[in-house]
Design a protein around this ligand. Structure first.
Ligand SMILES: [Zn+2]
Length: 142
C-alpha cells in the first residue's frame, strides 16, 4: 500500500520516497522532520544530533511553499492531503512532540483514528450535545 502526501496549499508532494517531510520550527530553530507515511506509525526521522523535547509544540510548514500546515480544526493539529490510489482524504496530526493523535478525515467525517492521545482530544473539545463521531467538524460547521 502506498500513500502520496500533498500540501493543502501548493499541492506539492511532500513524501519524495516513503518519508513525509515537513519543515518544523520552534523558537529560533528550523529542522526538516520526517514522518512514517503509514498513519498511526509514529516513527520519526530527525536530523543527526536533533531531538524533540516531550510536550514541545512545533510549527509545521510545507517544505516546498513554506506555508503553515496548521489546521482549522484545532490549534494543536496540522493537516496534509493524503492520496491512496485515486482516493483523496485529509490527515490531521498533532504538532506537539510525543503526542500521538492522528485522524484520517473523509467527507468531513473522521474515518480513522490513531494514537493513544486521540481520545483525550475528542473529550477535551467535544461540547455538550455533540454526537459521537462528528469531532472535530462540529467546530466549523456550526
Ligand atoms: Zn506547499
Amino acid at each position: 500500500m502506498s500513500w502520496t502526501y500533498r500540501c493543502p496549499h501548493c499541492k506539492g508532494v511532500v513524501n519524495p520516497d516513503e518519508t513525509v517531510i515537513v519543515l518544523a520550527a520552534r523558537e529560533d530553530k528550523q529542522i526538516l522532520l520526517g514522518f512514517h507515511p503509514k498513519p498511526g506509525n509514529y516513527t520519526l526521522y530527525l536530523p543527526p544530533g536533533e531531538d524533540l523535547g516531550e510536550g514541545e509544540r512545533w510549527d509545521f510548514y510545507c517544505p516546498i511553499c513554506r506555508r503553515s500546515l496548521a489546521s482549522e480544526e484545532h490549534e494543536n493539529l496540522c493537516s496534509l492531503i493524503i492520496w491512496q490510489g485515486d482516493k483523496r482524504r485529509r490527515v490531521l496530526f498533532s504538532r506537539v512532540a510525543g503526542e500521538r493523535a492522528t485522524y484520517v478525515i473523509e467527507d468531513r467525517n473522521v474515518a480513522e483514528t490513531y494514537g493513544e492521545h486521540a481520545a483525550s482530544y475528542e473529550a477535551r473539545d467535544k461540547g455538550p450535545g455533540v454526537p459521537d463521531g462528528t469531532w472535530p467538524w462540529h467546530k466549523i460547521i456550526k
